[in-house]
Write a protein of this length. Sequence first.
Length: 295
Amino acid sequence: MVTGRETNRRSGRMGPDAWIRLRELLVALVTHLILALFAFIAFGAMFWMVLASFKPASEIIRMPPTFLPAAPSLVSYVHILSEQAFGRYFLNSVLVALPTVLLILFSSSIAGFVFAKFEFPAKEIIFIIILSTLMVPPAVTLLPLFRLVSNLGWADTYQALIIPVCVSAFGIFLVRQFMEGIPSELLDAGRIDGASNWWIYRHLILPLSISALSALAIFSFLANWDSYLWPLVIIYDESMRTLPLGLAHLLGWASRPRYDLFLTGAVITVVPVIVFYSVFQSRFVRGVTLTGLKY
């Protein structure tokens, strides 16, 4: 007996399976072309920014624009690092971003562990209240937070930039979803052997949650490294400015934009982000993939 598939093959017609495979191939091709286009736009803009940092200001605003610098120079880098306080801004951002990330990882992992593996009254209600804070726009809490920090005498200090953002509702949600997939039998086995909850958290939960914590570390680092509004409100002293404030200052330096210094500062600002992401890239992808999934 000749099947329909053999009939289509002999007649040269495509069967249903072939049409499905062709459609999936076309969808994948179109998807990759769109992604490649967006990647080209993003990479092209960044590549132009790097090249423009080696140009003088006159060449950057030249019409028609040039892509490659006519005479590459490091004058902008020397100027921004020696005559501007950009090195101080960079140090301030590091001293703010790294402690903030560590505190967010600690608070989110502790809270996520409690919400994922412990039972206590009103647990779900408390968790919903924490999640509801994500719906509150930052501008709503800006004035009360400013008054609180000012009354504590923390204006123009590092703790004013770190303490108010050292707990993340999103981080608690992310880590809790991941930790719910960790088998509770591992924890029970540890308790049978006499392990305390702190030992279980330190030696079982944290090693198994490295992927989710790496993803959270990248999100937290990017958010704090690029933070502009809160430092703008609470910082007055020039020596306490972070990189976003420093870039804004360069753009309006001497009553006119200094595009050469601004682009050079932007390149220096982006480098730590690329390095940080490169270090945590593999764990970041795995953490995003596994978060919310069960083992």
